[in-house]
Structures are given as C-alpha cells and as structure tokens.
Design a protein around this ligand. Structure first.
Ligand code: ZN
Length: 343
C-alpha cells in the first residue's frame, strides 16, 4: 500500500491549546506522525512518497474563496495588528448573534471563521494544511489511477473543517477533497466512512444536500463529545442528499462489539446505496487509552475493522484524522491498514 506524506506538516505546531481552562501542549502535535511513520517502517510499508505541491483546483472545489483567502492571510494580518501570540479568537458568532458578514478586523474575522477555539493558527499553518491536502490528493490520484488503495498520512487532520470554518485541529477537509476528486475521476457515487472517535461535522456539512456523496460516521454521542452540536442520528441529509447521511452516535464506554455492529450497519448502508469508491476518515481515537475520547477499542479491534471495511471491495483512500494516545497511534493506524490489506 502506497503512503503519501509531506514533512511540511511540521510547519503547524502551535505552542498551546486551550484545554480545561489552561494552555497545554496541543494534543494534535507533530510527534503523532513520527509514531505512525515508525510503525509503517517496522511493518515493511516503506513506499512513502512526498505528494509535491497541492493542486488548488480540488481545494477550491470544496472550500469557499473567502475562507481560503482568510487562511492564507490571517497570520500576516494578525501580526500586523500587533498581536504577539498565536491566533486564538475569542469572539465567535453564536446563537441569535450570527451574521454572514465577515468582520474586517482580524480579531473578529478569525472568530467568524472559527468553530473551535482549541485550534490555534501559527505562521506555518496554511502551508502545513496545504501539504496535508496534497497528500490526500496524491493518494486519491493513485487510487483513481487503478491502485485500489492508498494511505494519505495527513496532518493536520481535516474532517471538522467545513467549506468555510476551521477548528477541531482541522483547516482543509482532506476527506471531502478526496471524495470530490473521486467523483470527478468518474465514480458516480462516493462514500465517506468516518471512523474517527469524533463526528466529522465538516464532511457532513459539505455533502449534506448532495445525493452523490454518502457520509457515514461512528462517533461519541454529541451530548457528551466534541463537536457537540452536530452528529445526531436524526441527521439524515437534505434535499437530494436525503438518505445519504448516516450517524452512529454511541455513549461513553462503548466497546468493540457495539462499535463493530454499527460499523457493519454502516457498511451495509453504503453497499446498498451503490457506492463505487470509498474514502475512510481514519482516526484511531476510539482507542481505549485515548486522552480526549471515551470508547474502548483495542489494537486487534482496529485490525478487524480494517478487514470489515475491505469487505466492501471498493477502491479506497485512507485519510489520516485523529488519534491522541501518542505512542499507540502508529500501532493502531497501521493495524487498520494491515487488516484492510490482509482481507
Ligand atoms: Zn477525533
């Protein structure tokens, strides 16, 4: 299985994340990727390819122009305004105080485009986000060219990013970009299956009214888990997309039997719907020791999940998302990939 990966992910490493009322080292940090690379090499998966520069066409196909302009220019505007630290907005549009008019001043503008204030923007964030999308693009081209499967080792992750909002450690929605590229390459129906512990609110939002991309997600119930405001079971799509969105929220303490039952149900939905190509939002934060999640999956469970996903028999692009039990991230990620490859 070819792996696509860019060293430019290192350009995004905020000093701090706002967590529990304190600034802590971000859970989403560059060392996550080091553990994944180490495990890939241990297991002989050494076909690791730099994706080269991102192609802006497929990014513009998903993201709003003003949002892309914001991500590109935010750091310069923030520094020009005299701010010493990283971009962490504190004023955001909320219930009954919402507007579709982005403020002019960077302080307000950053809040306008933000959906989660745990996520700081730094000098290198834009370039890192582009490099992450480039990995997803290269993996997708590889699969569209007939490879069957590829792994995009994306960092920063993407599934929380909407067409015009960043947050949840995400800036550009890599899985959505990959899904659209598969559509453009000729697949009439593309499925995105999100097995990250967190609901991929961004991916759902992007495809919610479309009937050509099915979004299915297994995740911590929004009553109890980030992103809190989306990911309920009664969100089933809208308009032409009605019936092409399936959420499987699960409570704290969920173990593999219940999780696997939901996975099988989601896979059956995608098969019945007639998916021709598949994007996996591959987070491994459903792991029992993940510091910011509450499921109970163990390493062999991830391998079994990979085997079950392979049962669809579809061309598949894996896009890396979350996983914060740093030392186990590599083992669990590669377990999914090996389970898939062995099946
Ligand atoms: Zn996650």
């Amino acid at each position: 299985m070819r792996v696509f990966f860019s060293e430019d992910h290192r350009l995004h490493f905020p000093q701090a994340e706002l967590s529990g009322g304190q600034f802590v080292t971000p859970f989403e940090r560059p060392s996550r990727v080091e553990y994944i690379l180490r495990r890939l090499k241990e297991r002989g998966m050494t076909g690791i390819t730099d994706p080269g520069p991102a192609d802006m066409g497929p990014i513009r196909a998903i993201c709003a122009p003003d949002f892309l302009a914001f991500l590109e220019t935010a750091w310069g505007e923030w520094k020009a305004a005299g701010n010493a630290g990283e971009i962490i907005p504190y004023n955001v549009p909320v219930r009954r105080m919402h507007t579709d008019r982005p403020p002019r001043f960077i302080d307000g503008k950053a809040g306008y485009y933000c959906l989660g204030q745990e996520t700081a923007i730094t000098a290198g964030t834009w370039r890192a986000a582009l490099s992450s999308a480039a990995s997803a693009q290269a993996a997708t081209r590889h699969v569209a060219g007939g490879a069957g499967v590829a792994f995009a080792l994306c960092r920063p992750p993407g599934h929380h990013a909407t067409a015009d909002m960043y947050g949840g450690y995400c800036f550009l929605n890599n899985a959505a970009i990959a899904a659209q590229m598969l559509r453009d390459a000729g697949a009439a129906r593309v499925a995105v299956l999100d097995i990250d512990f967190h609901h991929g609110n961004g991916t759902q939002d992007i495809f919610y009214s479309r009937g050509d991309v099915f979004y299915a997600s297994l995740h911590g119930a929004p009553e109890d888990a980030f992103p809190y405001f989306l990911g309920f079971a009664d969100e089933t799509g809208a308009g032409p997309g009605e019936g092409a969105n399936a959420n499987y929220p699960m409570p704290p303490g969920t173990g593999y039997p219940a999780w696997a039952e939901a996975l099988d149900h989601a896979l059956a939905r995608l098969r019945g719907w007639g998916a021709e190509a598949l994007v996996i939002s591959l987070g491994v934060d459903a792991y029992k020791d993940d510091p910011i999640s509450f499921f109970r999956l163990d390493t062999p469970d991830f391998a079994d999940a990979g085997r079950r996903i392979a049962g669809l028999g579809l061309p598949t692009v894996f896009c890396m998302e979350g996983g914060y039990a740093i030392e186990a991230v590599g083992v669990n990620t590669v377990a999914v990939l090996e389970g898939f490859a062995d099946a």
